[in-house]
Structure formats: C-alpha cells, structure tokens
Design a protein around this ligand. Structure first.
Ligand code: PHE
Length: 453
C-alpha cells in the first residue's frame, strides 16, 4: 500500500498554480520543438491539426489529470492506487515515471545547449558570422565530446537544487516575474522577424495549409507535439494538481494554461519561420533550427547583443520551469512510495537520469554510431516519449476517468463538490468517455499500419 504522507506541500494561490503549471507547459517544447516539428511536417496544415488536438483532446486530458491528482492527493503512481485499489491501474502511473526519465534525459541535454548559447551571447560569439558559419558553429558544438556534457550536468544540477529546496517559494515566485518577460521578448522577436526582407515566405509556410503534406505520421506528430507541449499523458499534471487547493477552479486553470501554451508556440513560429526563409535556412533542419536561426536574427538587429543574451537566458528559465516539473514526478514517487527523504530521492533520481542523459548529450559526438530504428539515442527518446508514451498514457488516463472513476466523482472534483457550475462538464465527459479514446486509438492504429483512413 502506498505511504500516507503526513503533510504535503501545496501551491499558494490560483495565480501561483497557473504560473507553475504554465511554467511546466511552456518550455523548449514551444520554442525549440514546435518550430522544428512544424518545419519537418510541412507547415500550415500541421498547425491546424495541432490546434484541433489541443482543444479536442489536450484540454480534456489535462482536466482528467487534474481530477486524478487533486482527488487523490498523491504522486502519479500512488494516485491510481488510491483511486482504484487492488487494480493494475497504477501501471499507468509507473509508465509516467518511466516517461519522465526519458523526457528528462533528452530535454535537459537541449536545455544545456541553451546554457552554451547564453555563454556565446555573452562573449559576443555570433557577431560577424554568416548563416552558414552559425550553422557550423552549432553542429560543431553539438558533436563536441565534453561541452554538451558539461552543460547537461550544470542544468541537471540546477534542476535538482530547485527541487530540493521546494517548489513553492522558489519557482512559484520567479516564474511569475520571468514568464511575462519571456512573452515581451518574444513579441519583439516576432516584430523583427516579420519585418525582415523575404519574411513573407515564412508566414505563408506557417499559416497557409497545404493538405497534400499530411500523412499518417504527420497526424501522430501533431498529437505527440500537443501532448508534449501541454505536459500531459505522463503524470506531471497529476503530480502538480495534487498540490492544488480544493477551492481552486480546475476548469479555468486548464483553459488559461492551454491558451498560454498555444500562444507561445505560435509566436515562436512567427519569430522563426520568416527568419528561416529570409536567411535561406532549410525549415526541416531539425533540432538545430532555433539555435541556428535566432542567432542570425540577433546579429542583424539593433541591440542584438542584449536581446540574444536575454532570449537565451529566458529560454533557459522556461526550460528550468519544465525540467523541475518532470523531476518532481520521479521525486514525488520516490518520496511517497519508497519513503525516501526528499533530498535522497532527488539525488537518486538525478543520478539515474544522468545515465541516459549522457547518451543523449553525446548523440552527435562520441555516441553517434549508436542507431536504433535509424535514430540516435536522443532522437529515439524524443520520438518515443512524445509519440508513444504520452499519447498512450493520455489514452489510459481518459479511459480511467471516463470508465473507472466515473461521472459522479469526476463531476464532484471539477465542480469543487457542487460549489462551481462547471458548465463544460457534459461536453468534457462525453469527450473523455468516447471521443478522446477513439481518436487517440485511431491515430495509433493508423500509424502502425493496422488501418488506413
Ligand atoms: N511541456 C514541456 C515543454 O513544452 C515539456 C514537458 C513534457 C514537461 C512533459 C513535462 C512533461 O517544454
């Protein structure tokens, strides 16, 4: 049986909850991953499918996690043990913990690149370089044997320190100030990017749908990106919502978070694609896209030095507010189920994540030769977690709420025991019970070739 914690941490206010949850959702997924996945999947048509998934599936999955987390007041694994005792549903929570290991290892590697770019911005390292030279600079850095590793460990250590010292007084406080600044800088970058000569092609690429580009894989990628970006399908939000006060309105919180997350992703697209086209960079150039495109813009704009520094700093902060939310999944599990102290749990989790993390960091360098299904370790973990683990987790989570937990309990949680109206509830429950499971299952079956739509 799961351990019964005597006193649990909780968030201080509704704004605090939104800042922390949006802090988890908004991160590299929006600014680094979204543009390159859009680029590889043909642009505008992908964007439409993505938006549809966020609204029709992402939001209901998010609310379902909130229901599970807040009603059980436990970590992702323990939550299922409390709500469905004696049944194997806790395996869904366990799958989330495994996904947390996978995500944290490749995500922290990219977050580490951000630190290198803060350093380069500071040392004025982009100045006077052509688009090709900036591209080379990135590929050389990434295939180096020790720099990506060094930054990985620094970032992992920072994440561990925040988690050890508690989330409430550190991260809740800082995200409230830093996230709005990120938004401001992104607005400035959008303006600069769309006013570059040749920007039009980029906007057309992003907003003009070309449906001939859509394949089964594109649809799965859009679903995976929606799950990844919203931090859903693996228990991050189960864990965070277990710290949400019973008085808070879960419906409006989830709506605000999903809206902010989508806004930032689309803005990142507006900041990046016009510049990609203006500088003749390949939109499908993968994981390096942001790290090559943005230094190009910074170089050409007035005050580029300071903007570059600020931008990468804030990207680092956005990444940090996400890595802590992933580490918290593992740590809450270790603390409540294995009864470790928070400190021990954090270091144990950090050390074990680092094993995979080292492989990710060296995926273009010393470990480049390791290929699984044609992907390097980094690519494999990125693909598997976003496109398999998260959607599968999401599928099981909605099935759990729709069919196991049931209508009465879900409604009680979302309406704060009848104190709130939760007018969206009938639509939500319908989606959770039928539409979302069928839609996610169809996308999977189509992908593995069992059906063709
Ligand atoms: N949503 C985060 C981002 O977009 C990444 C993340 C995924 C965080 C899954 C937690 C869980 O950067």
């Amino acid at each position: 049986m799961s351990g019964i914690p005597t006193s649990r941490d909780s968030f201080g206010s509704k704004f605090g909850v939104i800042a922390a949850t949006a802090g988890s959702a908004i991160g590299l997924g929006n600014i680094w991953r979204f543009p390159y996945v859009v680029g590889e999947n043909g642009g505008g048509a992908f964007l439409i499918i993505y938006l549809a998934f966020v609204v029709a599936i992402g939001l209901p999955v998010m609310l379902s996690e909130f229901v599970i987390g807040r009603s059980s007041q436990r970590n992702a694994f323990g939550a299922f043990k409390v709500l469905a005792p004696g049944k194997p549903w806790y395996l869904v929570g366990l799958m989330g913990v495994v996904a947390a290991f996978m995500i944290l290892s490749f995500y922290t590697a990219v977050a580490g690149w951000t630190l290198e770019y803060i350093y380069q911005s500071f040392a004025n390292g982009f100045s006077g370089k052509s688009a090709d030279e900036l591209s080379l600079m990135f590929t050389e850095f990434r295939s180096d044997s020790w720099r990506p590793l060094l930054w990985f460990f620094v970032f992992m250590g920072l994440t561990a320190l925040v988690i050890i010292s508690g989330v409430k007084n550190g991260i809740e406080k800082y995200t409230k100030i830093l996230m709005p600044i990120l938004l401001l800088i992104l607005i400035v970058l959008c303006v600069r990017s769309v006013t570059l000569e040749g920007a039009r092609g980029g906007l057309e690429f992003l907003f003009k749908p070309d449906f001939s580009k859509i394949t089964a894989r594109t649809v799965l990628e859009a679903l995976g990106q929606a799950f990844f970006s919203l931090s859903i399908g693996m228990g991050t939000l189960i864990t965070y919502s277990s710290y949400i006060n019973k008085r808070e309105p879960l419906g409006s919180i989830s709506f605000s978070v999903a809206f902010a997350d989508t806004l930032i992703a689309v803005m990142a697209g507006i900041a990046i694609f016009p510049a990609v086209f203006a500088f003749g960079i390949e939109p499908g150039s993968g994981e390096g896209l942001v790290y090559i495109t943005l230094p190009n813009i910074f170089q050409q704009m007035a005050g580029g030095y300071i903007f570059s520094l600020l931008f990468f700093l804030l990207l680092g902060v956005a990444a940090l507010t996400s890595t802590i939310s992933v580490l918290e999944v593992i740590v809450a599990y270790f603390v409540e189920e294995l009864r470790l102290s928070r400190k021990k749990a954090t270091w144990l989790a950090t050390a074990s994540v680092s094993v995979l993390g080292i492989m990710c960091s060296l995926s273009w360098g010393a470990m480049e030769g390791i290929r699984i299904f044609g992907m390097n370790v980094f690519g494999l973990l990125d693909y598997l977690s976003a496109n398999v683990f998260l959607p599968l987790g999401g599928l099981l989570i909605v099935v759990f709420v729709g069919w196991v937990l049931g209508k009465q309990k879900a409604k009680a949680e979302l309406s704060n025991d009848g104190l709130l109206k939760a007018v969206y509830f009938p639509a939500f429950f319908m989606v959770v019970k039928f539409i979302a499971p069928i839609a996610i299952a169809l996308v999977f079956l189509q992908q593995i070739g069992l059906i063709s739509l």
